[in-house]
Design a protein around this ligand. Structure first.
Ligand code: FES
Length: 150
């Protein structure tokens, strides 16, 4: 089995998997970072969103071979003690219902705000529209992203 060196949440790891293994499964099965969720596996739902060099990306669509020498951040590495402004806003707006999609939502929102710290509501809706929430908490998600930008 080939060895791949990847950096996740600031820590280097060597994983022995096939090169076409999706990053999502490396995170969950090899590194036990299970905050990143499997939803659809085909890039349609956003549940698996992580940051790749600071940009939101879908870990189900990337292979481990594509992310060597790149910096990956998962929900576990976004902050210490859930203190990131987006996480604080999520609590303040009481966003989650079942909670399954929330890590992906937060990773998308945090990358978006790092590039666009003063978004309009329309900007927020546009940035978040690719992340599906089966509980339809979209109003609260939008509110939380707006709160985090204040
Ligand atoms: Fe990756 Fe749905 S699991 S986008």
């Amino acid at each position: 089995m080939p060895a791949f060196k990847i950096t996740v949440n600031g820590k280097p790891h060597t994983v022995n998997v096939e090169g076409d293994t999706p990053l999502l499964w490396v995170l969950r099965d090899e590194l036990q970072l299970v905050g990143t969720k499997f939803g659809c596996g085909i890039g349609q739902c956003g549940a698996c969103t992580v940051h790749l060099d600071g940009d939101a990306t879908r870990s189900c669509l990337l292979t481990v071979g594509q992310v060597e020498d790149r910096h990956i951040t998962t929900i576990e590495g976004l902050s210490e003690d859930n203190s990131h402004p987006v996480q604080q806003a999520w609590k303040e707006a009481d966003v989650p219902q079942c909670g399954y999609c929330q890590a992906g939502q937060i990773m998308t929102a945090s990358a978006f705000l790092s590039h666009n710290p003063n978004p309009s509501r329309e900007d927020i809706r546009g940035a978040m529209q690719g992340n599906i929430c089966r509980c339809a908490t979209y109003v609260r998600i939008e509110k939380a992203v707006a709160l985090a930008s204040e």
